[in-house]
Design a protein. Structure first.
Length: 753
């Protein structure tokens, strides 16, 4: 009887194929995730198209032959192009009447170009070409990784992973270190999955990978590395555009939990036109509630971004006189915001590229989307520059529209000079319906105490500014201590330490307590004046106080010590010591009307000097990087060697000794074929190192092929001979050759041995 043929060989073959496919998918999976996440972060909404492009690229790892990969790749590319740019797949077929290639290439070119003009993360619905480039990039990089993994080229696949995920990771500050760590983990996982042949090598590989990933994450979190790019991706502008700094965002609403300026400044604005120091306002915080100041703007209108702006009722008639306007030409650098920054109260705007803008009461302007780096616009502003006598004579009569700036905790307080005002405020603080606001009684009492004898609203404001800026014992502190009281109460009554939001917030609350319309302005101090323009950096971010005076509108005051100065004579935040002395004496007659128009912001100059001194040198950075790289490579080699000896098998111990010598030779530039025998190894030691390796080769051979008793002793002898051989070899090598071998990566190829 003839038995049917056995099916075991074909079943075993199928099992091997399935195992290889699963290993390939496992090796490519984490790099694909890293690439998809890194590119997806460039968009402010998570896109299904980006994920789908990554899946299409990953599926190419399933193809087993180059022909099948080419066919599957063409289909996947057509599908991805359809997803990315909306072209139907059949439109991409050759010899069709429609001209698709031109529009497709044009859309791709626009998308690439936009990466140097549009701030990321961007809105994909507003920038479809950029979205298409992101989708294609994810598909291209994941496809490259999948094909390289399928063809068992782990080093090339790891390099593509790092390069593909690295550039987009540097464009968005938020979670950049986490994304970079994910990319590094993905790159290392490729070799682990493809090359590990035993549990020992897998455990060792995982330990090495974890060490490298944790070390890289720590190094990346060091401030000097995060602020000073080792590779300046921003300079890779293929169009020849000027390199841009990474985007800088600000939360303008008051925050009292501390701030931290980076040691290296980033230019956010370039402003030309004015030749004297001004404050550049981005917005105003009009509402105080629940212990904080908030931006609460009232929409005036939506209008074309060219022409004169509609002025609200609180803007004085003098603002309509064009001969008093201050022109500013503003270029957005790294500022990520939709607010149009300007000095004083904007009265006219020229920004046709923005289309239409929102114009709010109080002179605040916002574009319909975040301004791209390189955006330019012109704005004309009204800046009141009254004399101290004029402000002292300004009547405390406030129109109805100004009453909202007397609001605290939802209740409008009586204006300055109103009979019975103190009794009204006391009753308000005692009202159980406003029990939370009762904690602010110390601010009201301090405000009254510090302004005793002030006869005008201006004298009252000046007294508050003087007390906070100079006379009250306050100090500037970016990490002030916190107490159980509300932040501003603790600041005034206990710590007397804080940053600009503390000083401005407290002064504005105290002014409103005293019946004077006030608000917190946020933006930037003037910066550094050079080459006819003001360079404004993130270090110039600031908050100050604006007080409304009849006939003059919003007038700025700055209670924060040491942060900025005005080129004025009505405020103690002036750059004139004579003015400060006269204001303290109340001797307004001693003040002249002259102006020092060409004086720059002293604080800005000091900051610029400090920042240049803190910038780490290129040499120091290079030495540190070299030391870190050497430590990582040396640690990896040592860990691999130790993992090979984690066995009691004489044959494996002997093989480990052989692999260590082969690795040493490769690191010294000696070429050894993968099929090299023990005799080949012995000849290489003799020819390249001038040493006799016969004793070592004999011990390794007996350890691998001898009897069990003989193999155990031979394995120990092989390791002893190896130590002696390497010691003699190192003494013969120069220091340069030894260092070159220490950092060489040749021995890491095929480390699974």
């Amino acid at each position: 009887m003839i038995s049917p043929p056995s099916s075991r060989p074909s079943g075993g073959r199928a099992s091997q194929v399935a195992s290889a496919v699963l290993r390939t998918l496992a090796a490519a999976a984490l790099p694909a995730v890293a690439l998809t996440v890194s590119w997806g972060r460039l968009e402010d909404t998570r896109s299904r198209e980006v994920v789908l492009a990554g899946l299409l690229g990953l599926l190419l790892a399933l193809a087993r032959s180059w022909l099948s990969r080419a066919f599957a790749g063409a289909l996947a590319l057509a599908a991805t192009t359809w997803i990315a740019f909306g072209f139907e797949p059949w439109e991409l077929l050759p010899y069709r009447d429609e001209h698709v290639a031109g529009p497709l290439l044009a859309a791709f070119g626009v998308g690439v170009s936009d990466f140097y003009d549009v701030v990321v993360p961007f809105d994909p619905s507003q920038r479809p070409e950029m979205h298409g480039v992101v989708v294609l990039a994810v598909f291209a990089f994941v496809t490259a990784v999948a094909v390289l993994v399928a063809t068992r080229r782990p080093l090339a696949a790891a390099a593509v992973t790092i390069a593909g995920a690295g550039w987009p990771a540097t464009l968005v500050d938020e979670s950049a270190v986490a994304v970079g760590t994910l990319a590094l983990a993905g790159a290392l996982s490729i070799g682990l999955v493809l090359r590990a042949r035993s549990s020992q090598t897998l455990v060792g590989g995982v330990a090495i990978a974890a060490l490298v990933v944790v070390g890289a994450a720590w190094v990346s979190s060091v401030t000097s590395f995060t602020r000073e790019a080792v590779v300046d991706w921003q300079a890779w502008d293929l169009r020849g555009a000027e390199p841009r700094a990474l985007g800088v965002r600000f939360i303008w609403d008051a925050q009292y939990d501390g701030i931290s300026f980076p040691p290296t400044s980033t230019e956010v604005l370039r402003i030309s036109g004015p030749d004297r120091a001004e404050y550049w306002r981005a917005s105003t915080l009009d509402t105080f509630f629940a212990d904080r100041w908030f931006e609460d703007l009232t929409v005036a209108d939506m209008r074309e971004a060219s022409g004169e702006l509609e002025l609200d009722s609180l803007t004085p008639p003098a603002a309509a006189k064009r001969d008093g306007w201050l022109e500013q030409r503003i270029t957005v650098k790294a500022l990520v915001d939709d607010r149009l920054v300007a000095a004083g109260t904007p009265v006219a705007l020229e920004a046709p590229s923005l289309g239409r803008v929102f114009s709010y009461a109080g002179g605040i302007m916002r574009a319909q989307r975040r301004l791209a780096g390189g955006t330019r616009y012109r704005v004309w502003s009204y800046l009141p520059d009254p004399s101290p006598e004029a402000l002292a004579a300004a009547p405390a009569r406030y129109p109805t529209s100004a009453r909202r700036y007397l609001n605290l905790w939802g209740r409008v307080l009586p204006p300055f000079g109103t009979p019975g005002r103190v009794q009204y405020v006391n009753a308000f603080l005692d009202d159980p319906s406003y029990s939370d606001f009762g904690a602010y009684r110390p601010l009201f009492e301090q405000a009254r105490q510090r302004t005793v004898g002030a006869k005008s609203a201006y004298a009252t404001v000046l007294a508050l500014e003087s007390w906070l800026r100079q006379r009250g014992g306050f100090r500037y502190d970016e990490r002030p201590p916190l107490g159980v009281e509300p932040p501003l109460v603790h600041f005034v009554t206990s710590s007397r330490a804080g940053y600009c939001q503390y000083f401005a917030g407290a002064m504005a609350v105290m002014a409103r307590f005293l019946g004077i319309p006030a608000r917190v302005a946020v933006g930037f101090t003037s910066g550094v004046y050079e080459d006819g323009a003001w360079t404004v950096t993130d270090h110039n971010a600031h908050a100050w106080v604006e007080v409304w005076f009849a006939g003059y509108g919003w007038v700025p005051f700055d209670p924060t010590p040491g942060r900025g100065t005005f080129s004025t004579q009505y405020s103690l935040a002036t750059n004139s010591s004579e003015t400060v002395s006269a204001l303290r004496r109340g001797d307004f007659d001693a003040l002249s009307d002259s102006r020092t128009g060409d004086q720059a912001d002293a604080a800005g100059n000091v900051e610029a000097t400090t920042q240049r001194g803190e910038r780490p040198s290129v040499l120091a950075l290079g030495l540190l990087l070299a030391a870190v790289a050497g430590a990582v490579i040396g640690g990896a080699k040592w860990s691999i060697r130790r993992c090979r000896y984690l066995t009691r098998s004489p044959r494996r111990l002997s093989t480990a000794s052989r692999r260590e010598l082969e690795g040493f030779l490769r690191d010294q530039g000696v070429s050894l074929p993968a099929s090299a025998t023990l005799d080949d190894l012995c000849r290489a030691v003799d020819a390249e190192l001038g040493l006799n390796g016969h004793a070592f080769v004999d011990a390794v051979g007996r350890g691998r092929f001898g009897t069990p008793d003989e193999a155990s002793a031979a394995a120990v002898r092989a390791r002893s001979e190896l130590r002696a051989l390497l010691k003699r070899a190192r003494t013969e090598l120069s220091l340069v050759a030894r260092l070159r071998g220490f950092v060489s990566l040749r021995s890491l190829r095929g480390w699974q041995g």
